[in-house]
Ligand binder design. Structure first.
Ligand SMILES: *Cc1c(COP(=O)(O)O)cnc(C)c1O
Length: 398
């Protein structure tokens, strides 16, 4: 079967995706869909976006040959360096794209949710650059754990609102942002931070992140003269991974390997591996795999990395997996921490804890790739934000 790259007219990737939102949001989602479609086809919009990605974000990001890692595994391993993006992760690619789109729609106020604060900082940055008013919702528990990012957002002129409901974390921040959007939909655009939520977000965020895969494809052809055997990326909501994978969909010889957060165990609540414990359900505007109990109640999740700690996954991943086009495995907290040390000591790069899941799974992944085969690993972000947490986990006082 030919993989589907556009959702159908209802915004579905196979059984997944769609729009499960209050009626009042449908006109706004229709408007975003229509104007995004126009912007996508408009060379003026695309030229301006590319200019900002070059001059401000620092694209194209390098594809770095990981010589010592390659020697260790007997495979040719290349690193796509999203850690070198301004603000330290891939999230800015989407935040700038959607902020530009908001201006085109005529919306002057932006809202966003954030968990660890990476998407919040990226959105606050894009809004400062493009003169948009910005409010970010964040669970108060996350605000406590990620105090420096709260301060960063405020430095950038953004208003950060603490969310006291539920578990006071990311899913509660999403609920609060959706509530704000319902109330203020006339002047407000909601910048969702991953390839998730109601249509058109999964498609639109994927398109904005596909710059990762387009660059990587051209770079590997230039450096190796052929396509890679496998692409590897960590999967939270699924935006850095789908951004890397998507431009390679027609290249059927290239395997897609997504790495989910294996946390501390196999039981519900101990991990965020939606494909290894989740079931079909509806959550926060879309249908996908959801970590839920027998009554359909969404359960708590756990991961050492806040960016992977989410109970559902972007619908396009579920669809690619059903078709056998993409494979997913889990990487535990401990393996990810070992991944941080491995990349730091062999390549001089301290990865974000999220990205470290892709590194931590390399033992198992390389064993399934032919000797001297080519692998591209996405380093979705840099680890500076996680240094204190890593030290705490390892019992080191800073
Ligand atoms: C947010 C984040 C992730 C996870 O989000 P995706 O949408 O799955 O990419 C991964 N890496 C970093 C560095 C992040 O900030």
């Amino acid at each position: 079967m030919k993989p589907q790259t556009l959702p159908d007219e209802k915004g579905r990737f196979g059984l997944y995706g769609g729009r499960y939102v209050p009626e009042t949001l449908i006109p706004a989602l229709d408007e975003v869909t229509r104007i995004y479609g126009e912007a996508k086809a408009d060379p003026v919009f695309q030229t301006e976006l590319l200019r900002l990605l070059r001059e401000f974000v620092g694209r194209p990001t390098q594809l770095t040959f990981a010589g010592r890692l390659s020697a260790k595994y007997g495979r040719r391993i290349w690193l796509k360096r999203e850690d070198l993006c301004h603000t330290g992760a891939h999230k800015i690619n989407n935040a700038i794209g959607q902020a530009l789109l908001a201006k085109r729609i005529g919306k002057k106020r932006i809202i966003a949710e954030t968990g660890a604060g990476q998407h919040g900082v990226a959105t606050a940055t894009a809004c400062a650059l493009l003169e948009l008013k910005c409010r970010v919702y964040m669970g108060v528990e996350d605000m406590r754990r990620q105090a420096p990012n709260v301060f960063r957002m405020r430095l950038l002129g953004t208003e950060v609102i603490g969310v006291e409901s539920g578990t006071k974390t990311l899913k509660d921040a999403v609920n609060e942002a959706l509530r704000d959007w319902v109330t203020n939909v006339n002047d407000t655009h909601y910048i969702i931070g991953s390839a998730l939520g109601p249509h058109p977000y999964p498609m639109m965020v994927r398109d904005f992140q596909s710059i990762i895969g387009r660059e990587a494809r051209a770079q590997i052809l230039e450096k190796e003269g052929r396509l890679p055997d496998a692409l590897v990326a960590c999967v939270g909501g699924g935006s850095n991974s789908i951004g890397l994978f998507h431009p390679f969909i027609p290249d059927t010889s290239v395997r897609f390997i997504g790495v989910e957060a294996g946390g501390i165990g196999k039981l519900l609540g101990e991990h965020a591996a939606r494909f290894d414990g989740g079931t079909y359900g509806v959550f926060q505007g879309m249908a996908s795999y959801v970590l839920q109990d027998g009554d359909g109640q969404v359960v708590g999740t756990h991961s050492v990395s806040a960016g992977l700690d989410y109970a559902s996954i972007g619908p396009e991943h579920a669809w690619l997996r059903d078709q056998g086009r993409a494979e997913y495995l889990r990487c535990s907290d401990d393996e990810a921490l070992r991944g941080v040390h491995l990349l730091a000591e062999t390549e001089g790069i301290i990865p974000a804890l999220e990205s470290a899941h892709a590194i931590g799974a390399l033992d198992r992944i390389t064993a399934t790739v032919p000797k001297d085969g080519i692998i591209i690993v996405n380093v979705s972000g840099r680890g500076d934000k996680d240094v204190a947490e890593i030290a705490r986990k390892e019992g080191v006082a800073l």
